[in-house]
Design a protein around this ligand. Structure first.
Ligand code: ELE
Length: 215
């Protein structure tokens, strides 16, 4: 898969729902029910962060959930990409970008949503064939104002802003022409996960799936 094709695949995934839930799994028993709740609520594209020892097993468990498109977040090294791929991740998300990361994703045929926070980072990725990027950390990198400014000179690049997004500000991001979807951890907040409140998570997913519907 060329970087262009991989990025188009990523763009298709980002167009499936307005929100990609960013999920931290501490207990493997939570993997399947949380994925089922998110898909039932209308959010089929799931990012499992590789920040916990159970993350790879969680990805493995979630890939069995009908309708789920499971990806791995927090990809920072080639080893992360190889491990995510063999656990069954269908896409990867990285907070920033390195040459090594791009090379391994291309070698492993892993669609990547690479992180960028500045015009130069976005332009460098675009010159490699990536036109669907993660804008991270969104709120502290200028938020909606920064993305609006980038859309002028770089209209071909679409973003999934992540980092500091919540139900109160998601709508303003989703109203931008260069935003396909947003990412965020609020749908699977730690308290809901710890109490195994799958109904509560499904309700948050359902509300998130409606965001941006005025577009
Ligand atoms: O782990 C990764 O891959 C990251 O790049 C960071 C996450 O995307 C953000 O931590 C989510 O941000 P919040 O919704 O503000 O919690």
């Amino acid at each position: 898969m060329t970087p262009q094709n991989a990025s188009h695949r990523m763009r298709d995934l980002c167009n499936l729902a307005p929100v990609i839930p960013v999920i931290v799994i501490d207990d493997i028993r939570h993997a399947r029910p949380v994925a089922e709740a998110l898909v039932a609520g209308g959010l089929p594209v799931l990012e499992v962060t590789l920040r916990t020892p159970t993350a790879l097993d969680a990805i493995r468990a979630m890939t069995d959930v009908t309708g789920a498109h499971v990806g791995a977040g927090t990809l920072v090294s080639p080893e992360n990409v190889r491990a995510a791929k063999s656990a069954g991740a269908r896409f990867g998300v990285s907070p920033g970008t390195t040459q090594d990361l791009l090379a391994i994703c291309e070698a492993e045929d892993m669609p990547l949503l690479p992180g960028a926070a500045t015009a130069s980072e976005a332009m460098r990725l675009f010159s490699h064939g990536y036109d669907m990027l993660k804008f991270f950390p969104a709120e502290s990198s200028g938020g909606v104002t920064a993305l609006k400014a980038l859309s002028g000179p770089l209209p071909q690049i679409a973003f999934c802003p992540t980092g500091g997004i919540d139900p109160a500000n998601a709508e303003s991001y989703l109203s931008l022409d260069n935003v396909s979807c947003v990412g965020g951890s609020w749908i699977t907040a730690g308290t809901l996960m710890a109490t195994q409140d799958w109904d509560g998570i499904e309700a948050r997913a359902r509300a998130a799936a409606q965001l941006g519907s005025a577009r």
